[in-house]
Design a binder for this molecule. Structure first.
Ligand SMILES: [Zn+2]
Length: 149
């Protein structure tokens, strides 16, 4: 099945990138603040969380993993329990969380090509451009600016 995993590819392309997880670990959605934006100081609106480390990363990709949905859900459940977030939940609430999130993750991963670096921007998962965005003003614009001065 196709799943999201953490990757360091394209890390640093955005100045506010971070990677606290482990290369290749499965990633899930994290909890997010009600307010803020993808580029705010918190970072919760631009990251995914590693299953194993429960730590945040801003870059991930889709890989094919030999795994059943049951195994995937079991790993997800273990990850949530390890994170400590489920202490105040009932077993039924946890079941619902696991089912809904894993279904969404697999659904999104399924429509993305394998191996392409991705990023999360608010509610959107999008492809990372392989070339870093231009950091300097293009020469033509500089030339026009000079001519005016
Ligand atoms: Zn936040």
């Amino acid at each position: 099945m196709k799943v999201f995993v953490a990757t360091k590819e394209t890390q640093g392309q955005r100045p506010n990138d971070f990677f606290f997880g482990t290369e290749g670990e499965l990633v899930k959605f994290g909890s997010e603040c009600d307010e803020g934006s993808a580029d705010d100081k918190c970072g919760c609106h631009r990251c995914m969380i590693g299953f194993d480390t429960n730590k945040a990363v801003t870059t991930f990709k889709v890989v094919h993993m030999n795994m059943t949905m049951e195994k995937y859900q079991a790993k997800y459940r273990e990850s949530l329990i390890a994170s400590g977030w489920v202490k105040l939940m009932t077993e039924k609430e946890l079941d619902t969380w696991v089912k809904e999130d894993t279904k969404a993750l697999v659904h999104y991963a399924d429509v993305v090509s394998i191996g392409i670096p991705l990023e999360k921007r608010g509610n959107a998962i999008q492809i990372r451009h392989l070339d870093p965005p231009a950091k300097t003003v293009p020469k033509t614009i500089k030339a026009q600016h000079k001519a005016k001065a």
